[in-house]
Write a protein that binds this ligand. Structure first.
Ligand SMILES: O=C(O)[C@H]1O[C@H](OP(=O)(O)OP(=O)(O)OC[C@H]2O[C@@H](n3ccc(=O)[nH]c3=O)[C@H](O)[C@@H]2O)[C@H](O)[C@@H](O)[C@H]1O
Length: 439
């Protein structure tokens, strides 16, 4: 720029008038020449950037394609083999189902997949193995499933292409949708994960189900948390559910509304199950009974929340085997979806059931039972319940599930926690008297 200015306004005043016109012409010519050079350079740079970007997107797409853990003939063979029912011909229970279980490497997903497989149904699992809690526990559950012939695809329910591929490979009769972002209090830390899994993921799954031919019947996990601030006990399916206390609860409530629209528009058969604080072997480490056990064994303090005026919090803790019976009962009684290729052919069932235990236990009582089975005294910090989405108590009315599913919980908290503690000690390699934990 300095060179150009110096040339246009030369520093020798006497020459200015005489040489001005010629100099101007020359300078303008040079100026245009350099502008067009700059223009060409700019074009060249734009072309380079464009080709770099398209190369990048090619690399991204192809690396995604090549890195995908699904697809291919071998993969499809595994899917079909896992999905094939193996009930003996002429079995009273019929030909058997082909069930796609989402969240199969999760706590409830693993137990349900095993129970389905054991009675001869075909099961394919899908799980994204996210790191909300220790993924090695999820991998261990996957290994357990694999040893029973259940194949689990590593993938996300937000991946519509993967879901379409699964429905192309297998005419699933049922979907047991358990994949979700769980946990009531974590919603304040990571709200987006609840929207991603419980809203966006649910819609992607429903889209795949509605497009599938045949359309499967869907049984999915809602939550007792939808009762929110409702204080009429026991909670009945007819009670109001429009006062959620946490974002988790709000996304589960939204799921009930979203599934209703898919039932209404596309004729998908829907059953929503409101689980009440499910616990047991292979459970979720983020839940109180599990983290209390870990801390008690490690000699660390536990924080026990208390309600207003020092009232103890209570939960209708429900043992996993009872929940599994409720899930299988729901699959067995689910009416068929009526649509094909995204078109409704007639009304389909829309059901919601409470799956609880009907006998709430206070959190301090839960701790006493754990102390008894662990034979270790807990170091308790009693603190007032923070305003983080918790509700003071839950209590299920299960008449509807009893009537329509034959649901009848049989395991009380004492027996259930005894089984959990036995599993915990063996899974984490703890021998009484020793301080060697794997955790
Ligand atoms: O039924 C459900 O729909 C939900 O059940 C479960 O939620 P919750 O009933 O809240 O279970 P959980 O966290 O074990 O806390 C149990 C009790 O311990 C208290 N609690 C908890 C932690 C702590 O450090 N201290 C404490 O006192 C706490 O205040 C509470 O009173 C599932 O996690 C959830 O995903 C969903 O499925």
């Amino acid at each position: 720029m300095r060179v150009l200015e110096d040339d246009l306004f030369p520093s020798t005043p006497g020459k200015v008038k005489i040489e001005r016109a010629g100099t101007m012409n020359r300078q303008l010519h040079r100026c245009f020449a350099s502008t067009s050079t700059m223009f060409l350079w700019a074009l060249f740079l734009i072309a380079m950037t464009a080709s770099y970007l398209s190369f990048q997107s090619f690399v991204d797409t192809s690396s995604k394609y090549f890195a995908a853990s699904w697809g291919g003939l071998h993969w499809e063979r595994q899917i079909r083999a896992s999905a094939a029912p193996r009930r003996p011909p002429g079995s009273a229970a019929g030909a058997g189902m082909s069930v796609l279980v989402t969240g199969a490497a999760g706590f409830v997903g693993t137990h349900c997949s095993l129970a389905l497989r054991k009675r001869g149904d075909g099961v394919v699992g899908i799980d994204n193995f996210n790191a909300y809690y220790d993924p090695s526990l999820k991998k261990a559950r996957k290994a357990l499933l694999s040893s029973h012939g259940v194949f689990v695809v590593e993938g996300d329910i937000n991946d519509g292409r993967l879901l379409a591929k699964l429905f192309d490979a297998v005419p699933f009769t049922h979907v047991l949708h358990l994949a979700a972002q769980a946990g009531v209090r974590y919603a304040m830390e990571n709200p987006a994960s609840y929207v991603h899994s419980n809203i966006a993921g649910l819609v992607t799954l429903l889209e795949a189900c509605k497009d599938a031919d045949p359309q499967p019947a869907i049984v999915w996990a809602s939550s007792s948390s939808v009762y929110g601030l409702n204080d009429k006990v026991p909670f009945s399916e007819r009670d109001r559910t429009d006062q959620p206390a946490s974002l988790y609860a709000a996304t589960k409530k939204a799921g009930e509304e979203i599934t209703h629209t898919y039932n209404h528009i596309y004729g998908l058969s829907i059953t929503g199950l409101r689980f009440f604080t499910v616990y047991g072997p292979w459970g979720r480490p983020d839940m109180a009974y599990f983290s209390f056990t870990r801390n008690i064994l490690q000699g660390k303090p536990i924080t026990v929340y208390r309600g207003k005026d020092h009232v103890d919090l209570a939960r209708d803790f429900t043992y996993i085997d009872d929940i599994v019976k409720g899930c299988l009962g729901s699959l067995d009684t689910a009416g068929k979806s009526t649509g094909t290729g995204g078109k409704k052919r007639g009304p389909a069932p829309y059901r919601i059931f409470n799956l609880g235990n009907t006998s709430p236990v206070t959190v301090p009582n839960l701790v006493s039972i754990l102390e008894k089975h662990l034979r270790v005294k807990a170091k308790k910090n009693m603190v007032e319940m923070p305003g983080n989405g918790d509700v003071p108590f839950t209590h299920a009315n299960i008449s509807l599930a009893r009537q329509q599913l034959g649901y009848k919980p049989t395991t009380n908290l004492d027996v259930g926690l005894k089984k959990f503690v036995k599993w915990y000690l063996s899974y984490y390699g703890y021998t009484r008297g020793s301080k060697n934990f794997r955790q």
